[in-house]
Design a protein around this ligand. Sequence first.
Ligand code: HEC
Length: 132
Amino acid sequence: MRGQRIYLKECASCHGADLKGEPGWQSVGTDGRIKAPPHDETGHTWMHSESELFRLVKFGQGAAAAPGYVSPMPVYAGRLDDTDIEAVLAFVASRWPPGHRAYQIMLDPGFDPARMPAGDWVLPQICQPVPR
Ligand code: HEC
C-alpha cells in the first residue's frame, strides 16, 4: 500500500512504525520538546477531520500553534504532493477501529453518511471521568 510505504519512510521515525508514537508521548521531555503522539486509536489523530489533518501535515500547525512555537515535525509542502499526503492519512485511518473512523467522518463539515463504515461498531467513549 502506497500510504504505508510513505508512512514508513516519512513519519515512522517519530510516530513509530507501529503508530504508537514516542515512548512517554503524554509528557514533555526535560528539553521542553513535545513528543510525537501515536496515530493509532490510543492517540488523538482520529479526533481531527481529514481536512484538518491534511492542512496540518502539509503546512504545519499554522495559526493553531502558540506564537513562537516551532514544531519538531517537518512541514511536508514541497516534500510530499497532495496525493501522497492523502495516501498516508488514508493508511493511518485504515488502522483505526470502525467506530473511531466513524467519529472522524462525522467531523467533516460536508458529512456524507454514505462514507460511514459498514457493519456493527460503537463510537469511542471520549468523555471519561477524571480519576480522583
Ligand atoms: C521529526 C519527527 C516527526 C516526523 C518525521 C513526523 N512528525 Fe508528526 N508530529 C511530531 C510531533 C513532535 C508532533 C506533536 C507536536 C506538534 O504537533 O508540534 C506531531 C504531530 C502530528 C500530528 C498532530 C497530532 C495528531 O495526531 O493529531 C499529525 C496529524 C502528524 N504529526 C502527522 C504526521 C505525518 C502524517 C507524518 C509523516 C508524513 C509525520 N507526522 C512526521 C513529530 C514528527
